[in-house]
Design a protein around this ligand. Structure first.
Ligand SMILES: Nc1nc2c(ncn2[C@@H]2O[C@H](COP(=O)(O)OP(=O)(O)OP(=O)(O)O)[C@@H](O)[C@H]2O)c(=O)[nH]1
Ligand SMILES: [Mg+2]
Length: 444
């Protein structure tokens, strides 16, 4: 991407009351001045002050952020015009005629990266912040944007480079008595431990960023759709006392214990002669196989409890919670069969027991408290791949160090640093940068 010209794009989505058009580059002020008229000419505008003027005949606010104290690090002007596509397009057309180029998705953040305002891990946090589906995912992105993850990644990168310089010093002054930091292998191990700790945060981060797929399964009439509606907080799916009500899968995204989840309500499992219901049941089985967790509903009021538990006992996927539903129809002490999976008693109808269900859910996904549900920082899949390659190169370096082959060890350490440097963009190739920034939306 060219970083010398002046770019523009709407920074807000369509449909709001106001649209903000962002302009960034050396000519931001002069391009904006060609289209915007106010009592103070824009060239004389004080930075970070709002000026009311017009673009065409329409009232438009203008604010100037002088380089380098702007989001991109370039001169930036933001114009606030009426919401809706018509007003925004008129301003954009005028800016394009005045010499701006339409920005690519992510190009403002790319400029911030090139100008050293953000590293790659922080730039990715900007995208995460926009896409976060829960408050906890948003806080994770905020911490990453503030640089908490970058600090840890940089510590590994710097540590590897320090180790490499120690190896190279041994090559340059082989016969001299230097005050070497002797245990190089030990340093390698420490760096690998730091990488392992970062890699361990990947799963918790993925949970917060991408959410968890939960399928609601069980026999017809167990109350799956009723529970979906209870968790969603509104009538998302049809509930009826006719067994076989749900045919197609019904999905709903919501947040449980601060974690974004995708709930899938399915057709009740039974042998059916109805071809449509049979197709629905096939879909249920596919959803169960694909989900990360199953909420298996059992009708606690059923006359044939054994029939309810048959399928569950025959074998259920990992991470299953057995949910005895309709417990409002039982007396409190009524015994229920023992099951091999965590279970709870609820009433989807009146909401009793839902807290116990969500607390079991929380325990399972945090491996009974072993991993943090709200990690301070967490690497993403791209970073995890680079960290893994870095760790493997450190393994190779350790072997060379054991043989006191400092030249080859330095080569492996160079590879390790280059892999780790990709995480924050210190060593990222153009292709990698393209890939990361194209995931952004227009105007960011
Ligand atoms: N008393 C009581 N009735 C419930 C409860 N949960 C669901 N029901 C009733 O049970 C019937 C079936 O509920 P659904 O949620 O449609 O059951 P389902 O598992 O989705 O059934 P299918 O879609 O046919 O597989 C409805 O009449 C619900 O009102 C509960 O906790 N207590
Ligand atoms: Mg249903």
């Amino acid at each position: 991407m060219n970083t010398n010209d002046t770019i523009t794009a709407p920074a807000t989505g369509i449909g709001g009351a106001v649209t903000i058009i962002r302009i960034s580059g050396k000519e931001a002020l002069s391009c904006a001045a060609k289209v915007w008229r106010g009592r103070t000419p824009l060239e004389q505008a004080e930075p970070r002050k709002m000026y009311l003027g017009k673009v065409g005949g329409d009232p438009t606010l203008a604010v100037y952020m002088k380089a380098p104290a702007s989001y991109t690090g370039d001169d930036v002007v933001e114009l606030q015009c009426h919401g809706g596509a018509v007003a925004a397009n008129a301003v954009l057309r005028a800016l394009l005629s005045a010499g701006c180029r339409m920005a690519e998705p992510g190009e403002f953040t790319f400029r911030a990266f090139v100008n050293g305002k953000l590293d790659l891990a922080q730039a990715e946090a900007v995208a995460d912040l926009i896409n976060s589906g829960s408050e906890s995912a948003m806080h994770l992105a905020e911490r990453q944007l503030a640089g908490s993850l970058s600090t840890q990644l940089d510590a590994v990168y710097d540590g590897i480079n320090h180790l490499r310089s120690e190896c190279e010093a041994r090559l340059d002054f082989p016969d001299e008595e230097l005050d070497f930091d002797t245990d190089l292998i030990q340093q390698c191990i420490r760096l690998k431990e730091m990488i392992a700790k970062l890699l361990a945060s990947r799963e918790a981060g993925a949970r917060l960023r991408d959410g968890i797929d939960i399928v609601l399964a069980g026999r017809p009439n167990a109350g799956k759709s009723c529970l979906l509606n209870r968790l969603a907080g509104f009538d998302r799916a049809i509930v009826s006392d006719i067994p076989g009500t749900t045919r197609d899968t019904v999905e709903h995204e919501c947040v449980l214990c601060g974690i974004p989840v995708r709930l899938t309500d399915t057709a009740g499992l039974r042998n059916s002669d109805d071809p449509i219901e049979t197709l629905g049941i096939e879909r249920s089985r596919r959803s169960i196989a694909a989900a990360q967790m199953t909420f298996w509903l059992l009708d606690a009021s059923s006359e044939n409890i054994n029939e309810e538990t048959q399928e569950l006992k025959a074998g259920c996927p990992g991470n299953t919670i057995a949910i005895w539903n309709k417990c409002d129809l039982l007396s409190e002490e009524s015994p229920l069969p023992e099951l091999d999976v965590p279970s709870c008693r609820i009433s989807a109808l009146n909401g009793n027991g839902i807290e116990e269900l969500t607390s079991i859910f929380k325990d399972i996904i945090t491996n009974n408290g072993e991993s943090s549900i709200m990690p301070e920082t967490a690497v993403n899949a791209r970073m995890a791949d680079a960290l893994q390659r870095g760790s493997q190169a450190l393994d190779r370096a350790s072997e060379k160090l054991a043989d006191e082959d400092f030249e080859l060890a330095a080569c492996d350490l160079h590879d390790a640093a280059s892999a780790i440097g990709e995480t924050t963009g210190k060593t990222a190739s153009c292709d990698l940068l393209d890939e990361v920034f194209h995931r952004f939306c227009l105007g960011k």
